[in-house]
Design a protein around this ligand. Structure first.
Ligand code: MN3
Length: 222
């Protein structure tokens, strides 16, 4: 079974962009519900996979397993989203900053692209900064869809576009949420590690390995 990972910071740490109330509901209700549904579906199928990435990839594009895909991918997306934010305001540097300059003309250009793509996205989903090898791009995905199913793509950061992510704090102002989010919350340290992974240097982020009911990890390392 897969766990609901603890938030990597206190629930009030992302204020004022994300209130403690939003974060508690988002993690403790929404993310938890995806993890519980995922575990229920796996149990019904008698499956005990070791890693969530395989579940997402194997269930993708299979209409018969859409419910499994949706819950597995939403569990993964939220786990990555929590780690993709940090309360200490950061800025990209090194190779990542150079790649942002090359693809977007600088951090302001990346912000404009990510905010526009996220604000223009119709309905629920996610807005990602991805690396395909050296090259960076911004992409929005619908509902639970994520870049694990795109060959060679590694997500560097992500923001949740579902209304539950921002409605209590920003009402209908998704654009305002994305602007404030981009300025204050991205974990550029994680993004740099992911960018390195995209170029074959080190492992990419993974969801915590599944555990047996007794608590033993089925996979040796995260
Ligand atoms: Mn969400």
């Amino acid at each position: 079974m897969f766990i609901l990972p603890d938030l990597p910071y206190p629930s009030d740490a992302l204020r004022p962009v994300i209130s403690a109330e939003t974060l508690r509901l988002h993690h403790g209700k929404h993310h938890k519900a995806y993890v519980e549904a995922l575990n229920r579906l796996l149990e019904e199928q008698g499956a005990s996979p070791g890693d969530l990435e395989s579940v997402v990839r194997e269930a993708a594009d299979d209409p018969a397993r859409a419910k499994l895909f949706n819950n597995a991918a939403q569990a993964w997306n939220h786990g990555f989203f929590w780690d993709a934010m940090t309360p200490g305001r950061q800025a990209p540097d090194g190779d990542l900053a150079a790649a942002i300059d090359s693809a977007f003309g600088g951090l302001a250009g990346l912000k404009a692209a990510l905010v526009k793509t996220g604000a223009d996205h119709f309905g629920s989903g996610w807005v990602w900064l991805l690396a395909e090898g050296d090259h960076l791009k911004v992409l929005a995905t619908h509902d639970a869809a994520n870049p694990l199913t795109l060959d060679g793509a590694v997500p560097l950061t992500v923001c949740d576009l579902w209304e539950h992510a921002y409605y209590l704090d920003h009402r209908n102002d998704r654009k305002g949420f994305l602007e404030a989010w981009f300025d204050a919350l991205p974990n550029w340290t994680l993004a740099a590690d992911q960018y390195a992974a995209a170029r074959g240097r080190g492992p990419a982020w993974r969801y915590p390995a599944s555990v047996q009911p007794g608590g033993t990890a089925l996979r040796a390392e995260r």
